[in-house]
Structures are given as C-alpha cells and as structure tokens.
Design a protein around this ligand. Structure first.
Ligand code: HEM
Length: 325
C-alpha cells in the first residue's frame, strides 16, 4: 500500500479535533523586500532552517509535560520560501494562493511564507509551544496573521452548525490527504489552504432556521444532511464543496475553528483544509465563489467574508529535520 510507509512519517496532519488551536502565518524577513529567490541562504533563512529542524523536539519539550492534552504542530511552507529552504525541486502543485473573483464575492490572496497550525486540548500548551517557536525564529520572521481558535460546543461553527462531519476517516483519510506515488519525492506530505472568514452574525441571525439550513445543506439541531438541489438551482454549501469526477468523490480534511472578540464585534471561522491534491480545494473555492451554475454562488459567503487566503505544503518530519544537517 502506497501510504503504509508514509504514514509513520507525517506531521500529525491527521491529528484529532482539539479544544484549542493557533493558526500562525509568518513572513520571512528580507524576502518580502524583493530579494531574488536564488540569492542564497541569508541569515534569516539559516534561522528558519534551524527552527524548523528543531520543531519536533520543541513539540516534545512542551507536549511531554501533559501527554493527555495531545499537543501537535503542523508546519506548512509557502511557495515563495520553498526554494531557499529545500531547493528548486518542489511539490508538483505548489504555487501561491490564486485569487478567485466571483461576480459578488472574492477569495483574496494574502502573503504567507510559513504556517504553524498548533493544536491541543489545553490552551496553555498551545501558547507555550507558539512562544518557544517564535523565540527560535526570532527576528527572522514577522507575523502576517495570528488567530486563536476554540472548540464551540459539539464542534459547531459560530453560525451554529456542526462543522467537520463529512471529513474522511479510517483508510479514506490518508488516501484523501497525503501525497502518494504521483509525486514520490514529496510522498507523505500534504497541501494546506487557509482562509480567515469574518461573519456578519446579526444578518445571519435574521434568517429563519430553515433558511440557514438551506444555505448549509444540513439540519441545524441534529446535523442531518438535506437532499441536493437540482442541477440548475441554488446549491447548498455542502453540495458546492463536493467535488466528483470519474475517479469518485474527492474529500479534504478540514479542521476549522471558531474565533471571536465579541466586544469588538468580531466573529469568525478559520478555514483550514488539507489535501493530497491542491486542485480539489481550488475547485471547491471556485464552485463557492463563482457558483455552479456561475452566478449562483455559495450563500454562506453573503454572511462570511474571507480576509486572508494562503497556500502551503506540509513536508514530512524527515524533510524538516534534514534542514538542520
Ligand atoms: C465560513 C467558512 C466556512 C464554514 C462556516 C463552513 C461550514 C461548513 C459546515 C457546517 C459544513 C457541513 C458539515 C460538514 O460536513 O462539515 C461544511 C461542509 C463542507 N465544507 Fe465548509 N465551511 C466553510 C468554508 C469552507 C471552505 C472555504 C471550503 C473549501 C474550500 C469548505 C469545504 C467543505 C467541505 C468539503 C464540506 C463537506 C461537504 C460534503 O461532502 O458533505 N468549507 N462546511
């Protein structure tokens, strides 16, 4: 089986849904100011290499103190920083996030060289690991975006719906998420796309429960799937986000988290999707933002606006530790 070897060597992409998470997007200094990609490793790149090589040890340093809290960290590498870190050969589909402009809503692209997705059942461990990683990176990076997420009741988003039900499980999970024999040099890695969405909660709350359910495609209280709309009619979010071709349905793994600052009127969902195939997530975004048929966009977007959008590749831990050699 193609994935059997790779599975022992992944960065906890398949980590469990936890009670807390931090999504940290960083830019490597010096590169943003337009230094050529082949300028060779500068001081910042050397620091980033050392920090990534030491990541697994840092996770142990913190996680060992409370194993039941299931601390994990997944590091993603952006297209712009790939060559200075790993050389010219890069994962087949890796490229910067491509903006998708529909008639009404746009999935914007925002900068990001590194993604750190830190998860645990205790917020103090998440904080501690984030602090130590940023210490190791020092002045080599600047923060592009930082979001602390929390689990909301039975894994609901702040719109009130259970989020994550259709995620692949068991043998379907590595099949959907981990690169395999199609790109052997990067087998066991994964593409990851993040978008930070802000919700207009008051407008959403003005819809009836039935209207909200039609937007999502599931019932709100008991999470039961509704029937798909006819081909030329307004489709629900779950239908627009379903990608099928002759090979069957292509799943992705989502670990979305709510975040909020009610005092500032901020209510959001941090979308994070892992996939073996970047095109699958891009196709979902196209169907959501452009619509299917075009013009009939995902009505979720009338209440949810993306303010970031970045793509990364998650290398295997072996590739990360080799950065220290
Ligand atoms: C505001 C942001 C979003 C919210 C609140 C949200 C919420 C939800 C909810 C409640 C479900 C139904 C339950 C489930 O299966 O998880 C769902 C399904 C799904 N969403 Fe989203 N979602 C968001 C953005 C996205 C984006 C940007 C993508 C992909 C690019 C996406 C992909 C999916 C997929 C693949 C499914 C499962 C479809 C199926 O096979 O039934 N979602 N989402």
């Amino acid at each position: 089986m193609a994935h059997a070897d790779a599975r022992g060597n992944i960065q906890n992409i398949e980590g469990p849904l936890t009670r807390s998470a931090v999504f940290l997007v960083l830019r490597v200094r010096g590169r943003a100011s337009g230094s050529a990609p082949d300028a060779g490793p500068g001081a910042e790149i050397a620091t980033v290499r050392a920090a990534l090589a030491g990541l697994e040890d840092l996770v142990k340093t913190v996680g060992f103190r409370e194993p039941r809290a299931r601390l994990t960290c997944t590091a993603g590498i952006g297209d712009g920083i790939w060559a200075p870190l790993f050389g010219e050969r890069k994962p087949a589909e890796l490229h910067p996030f491509r903006e998708i402009a529909g008639a009404t809503h746009t999935a914007i692209a925002t900068p990001g060289d590194l993604l750190l997705h830190i998860r645990a059942d205790r917020e103090d461990l998440v904080y501690e690991l984030e602090r130590l990683i940023l210490d190791a990176l020092g002045g080599a990076v600047e923060t592009a975006d930082e979001v602390s997420g929390f689990r909301y009741f039975d894994a609901r988003d702040l719109l009130g719906f259970v989020d994550g039900t259709a995620n692949p499980v068991g043998r379907d999970l590595p099949e959907a998420v981990l690169v395999g024999e199609e790109d052997p040099a990067f087998a066991g890695g994964s593409y990851v796309v993040v978008q930070k969405y802000l919700h207009d909660l008051s407008a959403w709350q003005r819809l009836t429960t039935e209207e909200q359910e039609a937007v999502m495609g599931r019932t709100k209280s008991d999470n039961v799937e509704l029937d798909d709309a006819a081909a030329d009619e307004q489709k629900a979010h779950k239908t627009l986000a379903t990608i099928e071709d002759e090979a069957g349905e292509h799943d992705i793994l989502r670990d979305n988290m709510p975040f909020a600052r009610p005092g500032a009127g901020e209510f959001g969902t941090y979308f994070i999707g892992y996939s073996r195939r970047l095109w699958v997530i891009e196709k979902m975004l196209e169907r959501m933002f452009v619509g299917d048929p075009p013009g009939k966009h995902d009505r979720l977007l009338d209440f949810s606006t993306p303010v970031t959008g970045s793509t990364f590749f998650v290398p295997t831990p072996g590739m990360l530790s080799a950065l220290g050699e």
